[in-house]
Design a protein around this ligand. Structure first.
Ligand code: AP5
Length: 216
């Protein structure tokens, strides 16, 4: 089972990826989380991408593809994997198809989260992020049990550096220009499913489950 969650910044991909990973007991792989962890740890990859992420631009296709393929080739992904934030360019989508074909795998459908722009602003403004557990909260829509602390790890929740208004605006432009063509790529092959991302978190989860052939 390969589940791809696609959509603009703040649409709810990470939130659903966490829920789906628990439900299906398969890994959830967010390229954004991977880069944030690499930056925090000061690894060579982290140093390479820091300025790009902080500016809200896209990391190069070659680097992203290499890291994703290394990750999904690991044994814990044998049962399936949830890809959150990848592919994000048509070139990435094409490379993913090639890699899957070479490994006798196939991606049936991507889920595109559709959310109004004003709602995206509200969600990002109130988002709280747990750097260790990678869980995502919202001050109003999805608050932690104890204010400012992650339910799972108790770590202090933070706001993401790339959630400041200027960078967010640029990330949306990048999404429109470089990422949204991926929708047409999958639509042309009948592998695209639009999800109403405006509904409550539990309802979005149920919609995805209902659309998956393996769903309970
Ligand atoms: P990444 O971390 O992937 O950021 P993004 O795609 O911009 O998405 P976000 O994480 O901002 O939002 P989300 O859709 O996950 O929403 P969330 O669930 O948090 O990427 C960061 C950067 O890494 C990129 O800018 C780029 O530089 C680089 N990068 C990553 N992948 C790359 C790639 N493939 N190629 C090149 N570069 C790459 O939810 C948002 C808020 O809303 C939360 O507070 C949540 O609690 C709340 N919420 C969620 N769902 C609902 C709901 N249904 N109702 C009400 N509130 C909700």
């Amino acid at each position: 089972m390969i589940i791809v969650l696609f959509g603009p910044p703040g649409a709810g991909k990470g939130t659903q990826a966490n829920i789906l990973a628990k439900h299906f007991d398969i890994p959830n792989f967010s390229t954004g989380d991977m880069f944030r962890a690499a930056i925090a740890a000061g690894t060579p990859v982290g140093r390479q991408v820091k300025a790009v992420i902080e500016a809200g631009d896209l990391v190069s296709d070659d680097l992203v593809n290499q890291l994703v393929f290394e990750r999904i080739n690991q044994v814990d992904c044998a049962k399936g994997v949830i890809l959150d934030g990848y592919p994000r360019t048509v070139a990435q989508a094409e490379e993913l198809d090639k890699w899957l074909e070479n490994h006798h795998l196939h991606l049936d459908v991507i889920f595109e989260f559709q959310v109004d722009e004003q709602e995206l602003v509200t969600r990002r403004a109130g988002r709280l992020y747990a750097p260790i557990s990678k869980r995502v909260y919202h001050v109003d829509n999805n608050p932690p049990k104890v204010a400012g602390k992650c339910d799972e790890t108790g770590e202090t929740l933070v706001q993401r550096d790339d959630d400041n208004p200027e960078v967010v605006k640029h990330r949306l432009d990048v999404y429109r220009e470089q990422t949204s063509p991926v929708i047409a790529f999958y639509k042309a092959q009948n592998r695209h499913l639009a999800i109403d991302g405006m509904t409550p978190i539990d309802d979005v989860f149920q919609t995805i489950l209902n659309a998956l052939p393996q769903a309970d």
